[in-house]
Design a protein around this ligand. Structure first.
Ligand SMILES: NC(=O)c1ccc[n+]([C@@H]2O[C@H](COP(=O)([O-])OP(=O)(O)OC[C@H]3O[C@@H](n4cnc5c(N)ncnc54)[C@H](O)[C@@H]3O)[C@@H](O)[C@H]2O)c1
Length: 470
């Protein structure tokens, strides 16, 4: 599961060769380590005049202890003095060796009310984009076009989508990412968990994404290292691969995890559950009474459940003409229908507690389609359909449902691919490398956080900005 090409390309002789031949040089990505600062350097915070989020952003940046600078713009003076940010002005004469570099460039674009004002985004980023650190972050905050105050504003806010996705493609070489957060008016108080995730190393492989945060009452998080403390989580397919990583990450963030998998995986399942101080539940989710057994288990032991992660999934790849009926049935039943049955049962029986989180693992194949994966892509698109259909239903509990859509992740499954397919999968994204299981797990944990109440109905790709379906 190692990326030998990446190791070569980042070695001294390798760097020279890849540069000469114009080959991709995938940068090592900064990933979360316990106790590390959220950002490894300074932040430059900018805003279009009339924006509504710069103050809230400066507060979060202050809370995470990131040295924050703002351009010397009149409309940012209050932010600078109020939140302890310092002013910093770009000077083209600065000595290249001494130049100020940034771990994050954050821009509040909510003040952009018409298309000519998109120039504000250009003029903030143009002089400083080269100064982004390796594994740095570009984060643009905007108003969801559908709630904009005018048609002109809606158009301009929508245009930012193309801006951010393109920036992501330009800075990916250094392992840096760019993402866009559409923050509804009133969502400011529910935004911290999302801002922390996108600024931190936890979002290493989430790139070129557009996320929506709605107005919601988010629970206060006292300890951002352990936001899931006191929560009970179920992770299906938790004995290995991405599911094992999700179980470990949720547990590290404070949750008590029930790891669920088929009886054939019993030994590995117990090992994972014991290692993280959770519990093992042997269950085939396709069994007709699986929803009831799962509900009984969590109700009897914990009085209910707070987080359900639908991760169990399989592939049985064949082109449609060659696909046997049982290959269709198996994939659809495991990846989609059993999830639908479990959700319905948990919701009908009120086993998912208020504040509950359902997070499903979809796939980029479910968005883009894939040759030889008609069954798999149908099931994974159905997972997204489940999110769409249930988001408004669970909102009133209140609870949320969302999905992650991984791209190429380094697992046993992808290690077994033919070498050319594997190399294409690894490189066909803006970061020119595969993601790790922990990248999916960290994204699931952010979505599962009590602080992420405003993130409902979202599908977030964990794909390094894969070219597929984008
Ligand atoms: N690996 C990737 O690159 C990738 C990319 C996109 C999406 N995904 C999705 O991520 C999820 C995890 O993938 P992975 O690569 O870790 O796969 P994996 O095969 O290593 O793990 C899947 C787990 O699900 C369990 N499972 C299968 N059928 C089950 C059933 N009927 N009941 C209970 N458990 C069952 C398996 O026993 C296994 O432990 C899957 O949904 C997969 O489709 C993976």
């Amino acid at each position: 599961m190692t990326d030998r090409y990446q190791r070569f390309a980042t070695s001294k002789p390798g760097k020279a060769v890849t540069k000469r031949l114009g080959l991709p040089a995938p940068a090592p990505l900064r990933r979360y380590e316990p106790g590390q600062p959220l950002l490894d350097g300074a932040v430059l915070l900018g805003a279009a005049p009339g924006g509504r989020l710069a103050g809230a952003l400066a507060e979060v940046l202050g809370a995470v202890g990131a040295p924050t600078f703002v351009p010397p713009d009149e409309h940012l003076r209050e932010v600078a003095t109020g939140a302890g940010a310092r002013t910093w002005a770009f000077s083209p004469d600065e000595d290249e060796d001494e130049e100020q570099r940034f771990a994050a460039l954050v821009f509040d674009a909510t003040g952009i009310a018409d298309t000519p004002e998109l120039h504000e985004a250009y003029s903030f980023f143009h002089p400083v984009i080269r100064r982004i650190e390796s594994s740095g972050r570009v984060l643009v905050l905007a108003t969801p076009p559908e709630v904009a105050e005018s048609r002109r504003q809606a158009i301009a806010q929508r245009a930012l989508d193309g801006f951010v996705r393109s920036v992501a493609k330009e800075i990916g070489n250094g392992g840096a990412t760019a993402n866009l957060v559409y923050m509804a008016p009133g969502a400011e108080a529910a935004a911290e968990s999302t801002l922390r995730f996108f600024l931190s190393a936890r979002s290493a492989y989430v790139n070129g994404q557009v996320v929506r945060v709605g107005a919601a009452e988010a629970a206060t998080v006292d300890d951002w290292e352990r936001p899931l403390a006191g929560k009970v989580a179920v992770v299906t397919g938790g004995s290995r691969g991405i599911g094992e990583s999700i179980a470990e990450t949720l547990s590290a963030q404070g949750a008590h995890v029930v790891c669920l998998d088929v009886p054939q995986q019993g030994e590995a399942l117990t090992e994972v559950a014991n290692r993280i101080g959770g519990e093992a539940l042997q269950l085939d989710i396709t069994d007709s009474d699986a929803p009831r057994k799962l509900a009984d288990h969590v109700r009897r032991r914990h009085g209910g459940v707070d987080i359900v992660v639908h991760n169990a999934g399989v592939t049985r790849d064949k082109t449609l003409a060659r696909m046997a009926e049982d290959q269709w049935h198996l994939v659809l039943d495991i990846n989609l229908s059993s999830q639908v049955r479990i959700n319905d049962f948990l919701l009908d029986a009120d086993v998912l507690r208020p504040g509950g989180r359902i997070v499903s693992v979809s796939s980029v194949s479910g968005i883009a389609g894939n040759r030889g994966q008609v069954n798999y892509a149908t099931s994974k698109a159905g997972v997204i359909g489940t999110v769409d259909a249930l988001a408004p239903v669970v909102a009133s509990r209140p609870a949320t449902i969302k999905a992650v859509a991984p791209g190429f992740i380094e697992t046993q499954m992808t290690a077994a691919m033919p070498v050319t397919t594997r190399e294409a999968g690894r490189r066909m994204n803006s970061l020119a490398q595969g993601g790790l299981t922990v990248d999916v797990a960290e994204t699931v944990a952010w979505l599962a956080s009590p602080g992420s109440a405003g993130v409902n109905g979202n599908v977030v790709r964990v794909c390094g900005q894969s070219l597929l379906g984008s």
